[in-house]
Design a protein around this ligand. Structure first.
Ligand SMILES: [Zn+2]
Length: 266
């Protein structure tokens, strides 16, 4: 029974953090200066109406209002609800960490999930991977992962080496693409994102995440081409692909690694 209460609490906590991610997604990509402060009160993105605290309950308010603004009736994107649900479920999945009293582990994994979900949507919706989200993630993971490591200084140096490797990989491919195609293959945010992913996952898994993202991107491009929705060289949000790949690596990384070793190398 206690497990049920803890899991319910974790779900509510996660959905509240999801609500915060929605604020980050909107404000870090907004062109309206009034919306750019993280601490300001929540407003309807359409009419600017200050949202009542009673309409800010994660998941529930959206359903009660049927996804509309109480003031102007403008339909809000279903993303608000999806982000709150995903982070609620992720938080519940981290129950074993709570059970074993690993508070720092919980905070690290939850922050990773929030970062991935937030950047998935900022890149997917606006083509942006804002520094105001990525730089704090980099610093937080650099210190946090070393904090729980038995060899903190060695972990800090491998984290930094992985970050530099990730950033250089994107920079190098971007230059190469420019030489051959005379256009930018990656945005500046992609390199920073792979850098902090490198800090969290270390370089081997980071390279796995990068290759998985390119495979997913190729499949997505082929799918769009079949549906005749764009030219071959159309831009795909690589940050969103990195976010999905990093989530796959966190969930099934061990199995993917074994599959790779068994089928490709041997
Ligand atoms: Zn409104």
């Amino acid at each position: 029974m206690t497990a049920f209460y803890i899991k319910s609490f974790l779900f509510i906590l996660g959905s509240c953090l999801g609500s915060f991610c929605n604020v980050l997604i909107h404000r870090s990509t907004s062109e309206n200066p009034k919306d750019q402060s993280i601490l300001g009160r929540s407003r309807c993105p359409h009419c600017g109406y200050f949202i009542n605290p009673k309409d800010l309950i994660p998941l529930i308010s959206f359903l009660i209002l049927r996804g509309r603004c109480r003031s102007c009736g403008h339909t809000l994107t279903g993303r608000y609800w999806i982000v709150e649900l995903i982070l609620g479920l992720v938080s519940m999945q981290l129950y074993p960490l709570v059970l074993f009293g690993d508070a720092i582990g919980f905070v690290l994994w939850m922050t990773l999930s929030m970062g991935l979900v937030t950047l998935f949507f900022t890149d997917y919706e606006k083509g942006l991977l804002p520094d105001m989200i990525q730089i704090p993630l980099f610093l937080f993971f650099w210190i946090g992962t070393a904090w729980i490591d038995p060899y903190p200084f060695s972990r800090m140096s491998t984290g930094l080496i992985s970050a530099v490797l990730g950033w250089c990989l994107i920079w190098f491919l971007s230059r190469l693409y420019f030489i051959f195609r005379h256009q930018e293959g990656f945005g500046g945010g992609d390199g920073k994102m792979l850098a902090w992913i490198g800090v969290f996952y270390e370089w081997r898994s980071m390279l796995g995440i990068f290759f998985l993202a390119t495979i997913l991107g190729t499949l997505w491009g082929i799918l769009l081409k079949i549906q005749r929705k764009g030219p071959w060289n159309m831009e795909l949000p690589f940050g969103s692909l990195l976010a999905v790949s990093a989530a796959i690596m966190a969930l099934w990384g061990d199995r993917l690694g074994r599959f790779y070793l068994e089928s490709v190398i041997s």
